[in-house]
Design a protein around this ligand. Structure first.
Ligand SMILES: Cc1ncc(COP(=O)(O)O)c(C=O)c1O
Length: 387
């Protein structure tokens, strides 16, 4: 039996008490809620755009970090050439909101994806990411038969071992891509140096990132020597942005996490606690013993992402030593060592998340606060757009 999809009647909940509105003070916001400190975020955006501008790098921030079209627009207004999306669904949301230059950093595999990509490429400038000639072939055929030309970059595996062709195979694959696939215009190389997030010192991060960029530089030089133009050499990680800015081979930076920062960035030496803009606001709802408190933010708010070498699921501001060491779906269990400040029922805590980009996908709204007051509420429009 087919049923009508459920739509929530307006009187179903006291919406004005659930949703924060501009002018509310922090104490009025119901929890759990996802807050962004607007002053801090604006400083982060200005800082990354200055780094890119001063080093002659194109900045194409990764919108997976926030999934909010209004924030993508702020990044573009600050000088970004366009944005990066991980998924086609995110890119569709961003395009519908008026973003016009989108790199989709994910292999396009499957007939429906190809149809949607072509439809998107008719409306905005799209750069697609290729890591196999098998995936390039049907995309090329479909684009050519529809009379559409789609820009493409080849993803190279520089050590993360996720997607990307082996550097040994990159030259041949790029040459084939540049010459044998109608409907696709070869623009250059991209890589994600995600393996640096397993390192624990700034020196190791910088060294490994530079090695990754050397690999791309070498392939780009050999391609150019073979007569293949390489306009784009695009790299990703926020934690290595300064290395990318200095490296002669890199033309484009797709930093994403920098907009909010999180404990992962702190762990890499890429940010300090005061540079973190995103916090989960939660309420202490139970304290059965002096060693345990429970908050109303569990795995569905904080996510199960952990950080190598760090205990727990986020850092509670002002409660050093307390650890959110267990999560149920909707409960976060805090263990409180002796001599650490206790928690009281009804206390509201702010938690810097381990991974901003995971937490952003758990909430419907992002609450912008300045000087302790709600200034705006943005729907997290690309939340859940995994397809
Ligand atoms: C392909 C790609 N590019 C760029 C980024 C942004 O990296 P960061 O979160 O370090 O800013 C990511 C993050 O996962 C990514 O997967």
């Amino acid at each position: 039996v087919l049923t009508q999809p459920y739509t929530e009647p307006p009187e179903s909940r006291a919406a004005s008490l659930v949703n924060p509105t501009p002018g509310d003070s922090l104490i009025e916001i119901d929890t759990p809620a996802l807050l962004v400190d607007l002053d801090r975020m604006e400083t982060n955006i200005a800082g990354m755009s200055a780094l890119a501008r001063e080093s002659g790098l194109s900045l194409r921030p990764h919108a997976k970090a926030h999934k909010v079209p209004e924030l993508a627009r702020l990044e573009v207004e600050a000088g970004a050439v366009g944005i990066t999306c991980q998924k086609l669904g995110e890119a569709e949301v961003m395009a519908a909101a008026g973003l016009t230059d989108l790199l989709i950093a994910f292999p396009m595999v499957g007939a429906r994806k190809i149809q949607r990509l072509i439809a998107l490429a008719r409306r905005v400038h799209v750069i697609t990411t290729i890591d196999s000639l098998e995936a390039a072939a049907p995309l090329s055929q479909a684009a050519a038969s529809e009379g559409v030309m789609i820009d493409a970059v080849l993803e190279v595996d520089v050590g993360y071992h996720r997607c990307g062709v082996d550097p040994q195979a990159a030259l041949g694959t790029a040459q084939a891509l540049a010459t044998e696939f109608e409907g696709l215009r070869f623009r250059g190389l991209m890589a994600y140096e995600g393996h640096i997030y397993n390192l624990i010192s700034v020196e190791a991060v910088e060294e490994r990132a530079a090695l990754s960029y050397n690999i791309l530089g070498d392939i780009a030089a050999r391609l150019r020597a073979a007569g293949v133009p390489v306009d784009i050499v695009s790299v990703g990680a926020s934690a290595a942005a300064r290395v990318a800015a200095r490296h002669p081979a890199v033309t484009e930076l797709r930093a994403g996490s920098y907009i909010f920062n999180d404990l992962a960035q702190i762990a890499m030496g890429g940010a300090t606690e005061s540079e973190c803009a995103l916090t989960v606001l939660a309420t202490v709802v139970s304290t059965q013993t002096s060693e345990r408190a429970v908050i109303d933010a569990g795995a569905k708010a904080l996510s199960f992402v952990t950080i190598p070498g760090y205990a727990g699921y986020g850092s509670i501001r002002g409660h050093e030593g307390a650890v959110i060491d267990r999560l149920a779906d909707e409960h976060g269990m805090i263990s409180i060592p002796m001599a650490v400040k206790p928690f009281y029922i009804g206390e509201r805590v702010r938690i810097i998340p381990n991974s901003g980009s995971s937490v952003i996908n758990e909430f419907s709204d992002l609450v912008g606060v300045r000087n302790g007051t709600v200034e705006c509420v943005w729907p997290i429009a690309a939340r859940g757009r995994m397809q």
